[in-house]
Structure formats: structure tokens, C-alpha cells
Design a binder for this molecule. Structure first.
Ligand code: BGC
Length: 482
């Protein structure tokens, strides 16, 4: 049973956005490690393949080991974060990242290397669930979209930094080992930073620790707002008992909440099915096929893609709480569809020297992804599930995202071979069209709503009716109604 909130402090002047931004920036280091540790492989691969004398199959395993670990990490992270708290789970993940970075860089043979890459993958998958969830549960509703998108920004920065670090160590002739080792730096900062933060108000309230929940909320959004939001949290927690995992999954399949799961898993799978990982992992290959003849020009073109990804995500941060989630998703999916179709056409009928045309299309594709499915999937996965089911729901959708990532990554080269360059990109274009239709008909606009209002939306049969936080408490609790 949830307890009533204890005595609450009197309303004070609202606080600025500073504390919330700082908290989001620290937790987003989880995203930075996600981006770095997925991106680092593209440059490192060229070196460890030679050192370990890998066959094509061995290389595939070395590259995809991280994705296998990520599926498992994502699947269990929600349960761990519900049981131990978001904060402690992030600290444990930081330790895994740090240890994984050092151990991978010391791996004496490929088997040990793959084992440690799976361990790092576990950390990545778990961070992909918990970092955005931590930020969403901390953030004031009006800027939640921007703050959770810090995580995606950090992912893109991590990917770019990995490309650049790879280039630097390759140029210095230092090989692959230091490329993996440097990830220990953000891992340590994440562990130390999280140590000084409190857990989220939603998790603390779920544990019956109402005073701490109130203090944390007051620090982030001000005491007056905190009272209102705490009331919404109390009602939401009363709606759901703390239940075993399997029962929680069954609850997510109930009519009403089932739609949250459909939106979460649908966006998860479509984020990958429209081809982003092929561009992120195989950009140099795509550019070589397109006609950038030397490996270094292909890698340079890839770095341009990395920069565009970061810059466009910054634009998304400014737009996501103003324009809203749906317009960004619709514009982005349409842009991705057009660009993928165009890439297919350039491959099919384009002039011989079409390299720059392909580069331009890939850049516009990345812009479209980075203002839409990139940040908005992670945002919605962390905000659409009810308080007590958030860990479980976010775990399921993130696990689906990694499984789809693995599927697309391991089939891309065979698809190019079997279907040809043009058809491959048209298949992704079709899946971008499916995304457009899915968003249009199924995905709600969550801009500016509290997490508890979003929960009420599903329970009301997908209507923005009276939200729990809009009602007065049944009996005086010291918490103001809205
Ligand atoms: C996706 C990753 C992708 C990255 C690129 C993330 O949102 O989940 O698969 O590599 O964006 O920026």
C-alpha cells in the first residue's frame, strides 16, 4: 500500500530550470556511453580483425556481441530499476561501462573480447532504458521533451566522439586498444555524478518515501508545483499495486494500457526498420559503393554524418516541447521516406559520379531521423507507461529496439547482395511510410502533459479526459489540488 504524504513544506517561489538541466545532463552520460560504445567499433574493427586473424563470421560476432548484450540488458533493466531504484541502477551501469572499457582494451584473444563486448552491451541496453526514464521522472512537464532528448543528444555526441577518437588513434598508429579504454572517463563521471543525486520522486513515492519525493520534486520544479504533482503521483500509485514482473506484463496487455505497449514497441521497431543503424554502422561502406574511392574520404564523409546528427538533435531539443512529438515524427518520417527513395533512385539510375548526391541524401535522411524518431522514440518510451509499470514497459520497448537493431544490422549486407542497392533502400523507404501511417493513426501528443495525465489517457480509452492530477484529493492530505 502507498502511504499518505507526510507534512509538506509551504509553497515557495518556483525554481529555475537550472537544477533539472544539470540532473538531465549527468544522467545523459549514460547516453554518451551508449553512443560511444556502439560507434567505436566501426574504426576499431579494421585493427582487431587483423590482430585476432578473424574470419568474416568472427568479425560479425565481434561487432554484434554488443547488440546481443544490449537486448538482455534492456530486458532486465526495468525490473532492476524498479527494485533498486533508478539512481543505484545507473551507478551499477557506470561501473559496468568502466570495467568493460578497461577489460575490453586488455582482451588477450577474441573470445575474451566478445565476452567483454557482451558485458558492455548489457550496460548499453540497460542505460538505454534507465537514463531517459530517470530524466523523464525528474523533469518538469513543460520541458520534459527537451530534457529527455539530452539523452539522444548525448548518444549522437558519443557516436561522433567515437569516430574522431578512432581516427586519432588510427592516425597515431596506436591501434584499437586505447579506442575502447577511453570510455572509462565518462563512466567515472557518471558514477560520481549519480552518487550525488537523489532518486526520482516517482520511484521514491513508490517506496513510500514521500518526504524525500516531495523534497526532490520541490528542488526541481518548486514547492507549489511539487504539491500538485505529488497528488497526481499518489493517485497513480493507488491505481497500481507493486506486483511481480509477469503480472505487470499482463497488466500492460490489458485493454487501454495495451495501446501504450503498442505505441512503445511500434516506435521501437520502426525506429530501426527505417534503416538508421545501416547508416550509422555501415556509412563508410555505403559511401564506398557510392563512389568515394578511398577509405579516408569515406570515413571523412561518415564524420560529416556524425556532425549533422548532433546538430539536428540540438534542433529537435528546441522543437520537441514547442511543436510537439507528433509533428516532429510526421515531418521526420516523411523526410526519411523521401530520402531513402531518392538514394534508391540514385543507385538505380544515377550518374556514375553520384557520390556527392548520395552524401546529400544521406545527410538529409539523418536530419529527418535526428529531429524525429531519434529523440522522440526514447522520449515516448520513457513517458507513456504508468508509474508502476514504467520500468517493465520501457524494458520491453527498448528490448524490441535492440532486437530490431540486431536484425537490420546483420541482414543489411546480405540484403544489398540479394536485392541490390536500390531495392534495399526502397524497402527501408516503405518502412518509413509504415512509420508515417503508424504515427498518424496511433501515436498521441504528449507535449506538456504530466506523466500521470498520460497514464489517465490510456485508462480513459485514449481520451484526454479528466486527469487524476486535475481532481481534488478525497480527504485533506496537505496536498493542493489542481
Ligand atoms: C538509435 C540508434 C542510432 C542512434 C543514432 C538512436 O536513437 O537507437 O540505433 O544509432 O540513434 O543517432
Amino acid at each position: 500500500m502507498t502511504q499518505q504524504p507526510h507534512h509538506l513544506e509551504p509553497a515557495a517561489a518556483p525554481v529555475g530550470k537550472g537544477p533539472a538541466i544539470l540532473i538531465a545532463a549527468i544522467a545523459a552520460l549514460g547516453g554518451l556511453l551508449f553512443g560511444y560504445d556502439t560507434g567505436v567499433i566501426s574504426g576499431a574493427e579494421l585493427f582487431f580483425t587483423k590482430d585476432f586473424h578473424l574470419s568474416a563470421g568472427g568479425e560479425e560476432l565481434a561487432v554484434s556481441g554488443v547488440l546481443i548484450g544490449a537486448i538482455v540488458g534492456a530486458a532486465v533493466a526495468g525490473q532492476i530499476a524498479d527494485a533498486l531504484g533508478r539512481r543505484l541502477t545507473l551507478i551499477i551501469q557506470a561501473i559496468i561501462f568502466g570495467a568493460g572499457a578497461i577489460l575490453t582494451s586488455l582482451a588477450p584473444n577474441v573470445i575474451i573480447f566478445v565476452i567483454f563486448r557482451i558485458l558492455i552491451g548489457f550496460g548499453i541496453g540497460a542505460a538505454a532504458v534507465v537514463a531517459p526514464m530517470f530524466i523523464a521522472e525528474m523533469a518538469p512537464p513543460a520541458i520534459r521533451g527537451a530534457l529527455v532528448s539530452f539523452d539522444q543528444l548525448a548518444i549522437t555526441i558519443g557516436i561522433l566522439v567515437a569516430y574522431l577518437v578512432d581516427l586519432a588513434f588510427a592516425a597515431a598508429g596506436m591501434g584499437w586498444r586505447p579506442m575502447f579504454a577511453v570510455a572509462v572517463v565518462p563512466a567515472v563521471i557518471l558514477a560520481v555524478g549519480m552518487f550525488f543525486l537523489s532518486d526520482t520522486p516517482r520511484w521514491l513515492a513508490g517506496q513510500g518515501r514521500w518526504e524525500e519525493a516531495q523534497r526532490t520534486l520541490a528542488r526541481v520544479i518548486g514547492a507549489a508545483e511539487a504539491e500538485e504533482e505529488l497528488h497526481g503521483i499518489r493517485i497513480s500509485l493507488e491505481n497500481e499495486e507493486a506486483l511481480p514482473w509477469i503480472v505487470r506484463v499482463r497488466q500492460l496487455l490489458r485493454p487501454g494500457l495495451r495501446w501504450a505497449l503498442i505505441v512503445g514497441v511500434g516506435l521501437a521497431v520502426l525506429q530501426q526498420f527505417a534503416g538508421i543503424s545501416t547508416v550509422i554502422y555501415y556509412a563508410p561502406t555505403i559511401f564506398e559503393i557510392a563512389g568515394f574511392k578511398t577509405a579516408s574520404t569515406a570515413i571523412l564523409a561518415t564524420s560529416v554524418v556524425g556532425v549533422v546528427n548532433v546538430v539536428s538533435t540540438v534542433i529537435a531539443i528546441f522543437l520537441v516541447d514547442r511543436l510537439g512529438r507528433r509533428p516532429l515524427l510526421l515531418i521526420g518520417a516523411a523526410g526519411m521516406m523521401v530520402m531513402l527513395t531518392a538514394i534508391g533512385f540514385v543507385f538505380a539510375i544515377g550518374p556514375n559520379k553520384a557520390a556527392f548526391l548520395i552524401l546529400a541524401c544521406v545527410i538529409l535522411y539523418i536530419v529527418s531521423f535526428a529531429i524525429s524518431m531519434g529523440p522522440v522514440f526514447w522520449l515516448m518510451s520513457s513517458e507513456i507507461f504508468p508509474n508502476r509499470l514504467r520500468g517493465t514497459g520501457a524494458s520491453i520497448s527498448t528490448g524490441a529496439n535492440w532486437a530490431a537493431n540486431l536484425l537490420v544490422s546483420i541482414t543489411f549486407l546480405s540484403l544489398l547482395h540479394a536485392a541490390g542497392n536500390a531495392l534495399t533502400f526502397w524497402i527501408y523507404a516503405f518502412l518509413a511510410l509504415v512509420t508515417l501511417v503508424f504515427v498518424w493513426f496511433i501515436v498521441p501528443e504528449t507535449k506538456g502533459k504530466t506523466l500521470e495525465q498520460i497514464e489517465a489517457y490510456w485508462r480513459n480509452g485514449r481520451h484526454w479526459g479528466a486527469a487524476p492530477s486535475a481532481e481534488k484529493p478525497a480527504e485533506p492530505t496537505g496536498v493542493a489540488g489542481r
